[in-house]
Design a protein around this ligand. Structure first.
Ligand SMILES: Cc1cc2c(cc1C)N(C[C@H](O)[C@H](O)[C@H](O)COP(=O)(O)O)c1[nH]c(=O)[nH]c(=O)c1N2
Length: 234
């Protein structure tokens, strides 16, 4: 069998980016991102797979402090509402979390989805209409991983009313904001998700997620399961 895999060091670099990518809120530095580097990140995003090769994304690069402040206000409104989902200690803990870096980060980037791109029918998007949104999320993830490799932190802010965000960014009606991202160099990349460090929620064991175990409770004892339990043996 021909092995088209990457050499060990390159493969490890990719896995490292996946392992060490973080959602960044609290560690942004004001240092600017050079246009060449931002362009590399956007290229990485644009190479994402998309349903029927629809490429439904656009990239709104925002450095205007006025727009950042307007989005921060939307966040504050939505976050005050979100806090009402909790009570007691959990509500107090929620209110202590920092869940955005909109003004602290030098660049904000809104990745949108043009739901009409490619015309009325796009190959592969007949039964699952959301596949254009899924495709846009893959562009986000490409950018997020490339940014980690460049030493740039990315934070996703979804605690905003999407209709108000679309209005603030003057998006046409058929263009949906999918990801509002904060980008910048960081003082550090945390070793674990910030929510895990804060004691909000921890990572589920992968073995628990195999074969639908989270809902039927049956763990099948097969070779895959044992490899998942002991990844270092492989
Ligand atoms: C679709 C979507 C939306 C959001 C997020 C992520 C994704 C995928 N995350 C980040 C999220 O909290 C984070 O990914 C997890 O806590 C895991 O941490 P790491 O990304 O591994 O550091 C996020 N974080 C935050 O502080 N404010 C937010 O509004 C959001 N919204």
């Amino acid at each position: 069998m021909t092995n088209h895999g990457f050499p060990d060091e390159q493969r490890e670099g990719l896995y490292r980016a996946i392992r060490e990518r973080r959602d960044v809120r609290s560690q942004f530095l004001p240092d600017p991102i050079a246009p060449q580097i931002l362009a590399r990140l956007l290229q990485a995003a644009h190479l994402a797979p998309s349903v029927g090769f629809m490429q439904p994304w656009d990239f709104l690069v925002i450095d205007s402090i006025e727009i950042k402040r307007a989005v921060k206000t939307l966040y504050e409104q939505a976050n005050a509402d979100a806090a009402n989902n909790y009570s007691g200690d959990r509500a107090a803990q929620y209110r202590r979390l920092k869940l955005e870096g909109i003004v602290d980060s030098p660049i904000n980037l809104c990745i949108t989805c043009d739901r009409q791109r490619g015309g009325p029918h796009v190959l592969g998007r007949n039964t699952m209409l959301e596949t254009d949104l899924f495709s846009t999320c893959l562009a986000v993830q490409n950018l997020w991983l490339a940014a980690r490799a460049e030493g740039i932190g990315v934070g996703w802010v979804s605690i905003v009313d999407p209709a108000l965000l679309a209005e603030t960014l003057k998006l046409p009606a058929h263009v949906q904001p999918v990801a509002y991202l904060c980008l910048g160099y960081v003082s550090e990349f945390l070793p674990k998700p910030e929510l895990e460090i804060a004691g909000w929620r921890s990572r589920l064991p992968l073995e628990q997620l195999l074969h639908g175990n989270t809902w039927d409770g049956q763990i099948e004892d097969d070779a895959l399961l044992s490899a998942v339990r002991n990844p270092h043996d492989t």
